[in-house]
Design a protein around this ligand. Structure first.
Ligand code: PEP
Length: 225
């Protein structure tokens, strides 16, 4: 049974009360020890979730969904990596929804990765093309998420998970370029999780839609082993 990272990307969803209900339902479950489970929460919930986890001694971790490309300072509306680091260990960077809706370039993503690293956050960098790795260098303590936009469950009526054989090929290409952990994201659910985790060099998954309802996320965790 290999160790696996399971990231729950809540996106722009959930109030504090929703988060509390989710945590109450998910935390009474006993999770397999080999799973490292990380909630990628909106900024507004980082403090609440990290406190809840500490208070209840839960084996869950916290990450943000983005960080500023700048250090703290005069950048109205931005949240810096060092502010996030007070509550979280990880930050997602360069999700395709940010690249397409907010015009994030590879250069900006590179700056965010540097900010995360200098603040001690582990960057989880989303890519869908090998060329997006170019600015990242070859040996870093980062996690690469292979997530083709068409596979994201909310991307449209034709959304479907990437063929596991193609995931495997893509992951080998990533490994030729960079020594890092690699996860897969895109329409992961309780039925297909085992197949993705069984792919050589896939170290985990990024789960969006199916992480929102506690029971569908619990089913994913149960089927992960
Ligand atoms: C995502 O967008 O990061 C994601 C994993 O979404 P979904 O699981 O809903 O495809």
């Amino acid at each position: 049974m290999k160790d696996a990272l399971i990231f729950a990307n809540w996106k722009s969803n959930k109030t504090k009360n929703d988060a509390k209900n989710w945590l109450e339902e998910v935390s009474v479950q006993i999770f397999p020890q080999n799973l490292e489970i990380v909630i990628l929460a909106p900024f507004t919930l980082l403090d609440f979730i990290s406190s809840y986890i500490k208070m209840n001694s839960l084996l869950l971790k916290v990450g943000a969904q983005d960080i500023s490309p700048f250090e703290s300072g005069p950048y109205t509306g931005e949240v810096s990596a060092s502010q996030v680091k007070e509550f979280a260990e990880f930050s997602l960077i360069g999700h395709s929804e940010r690249r397409s809706n907010f015009g994030e370039s590879n250069e900006m993503i590179q700056k965010k990765v540097e900010r995360a690293e200098s603040s001690g956050l582990i960057p989880v960098v989303c890519i869908s093309r090998i060329s997006q790795l170019e600015s990242l260098g070859s040996n870093r303590d980062i996690i690469i998420a292979y997530e083709p936009p068409f596979a994201i469950s909310t991307s449209g009526p034709d959304a479907s998970p990437e063929n596991p054989d193609l995931v495997s090929e893509f992951v080998q290409k990533i490994k030729e370029k960079i020594q890092s952990k690699v996860i897969y994201g895109g329409s992961v659910d309780a039925q297909n999780i085992k197949e993705y985790l069984s792919i050589e060099n896939v170290d985990g998954v990024l789960v969006g839609g199916k992480s929102l309802e506690p029971q569908s996320f619990i089913n994913i965790l149960k089927n992960a082993v």
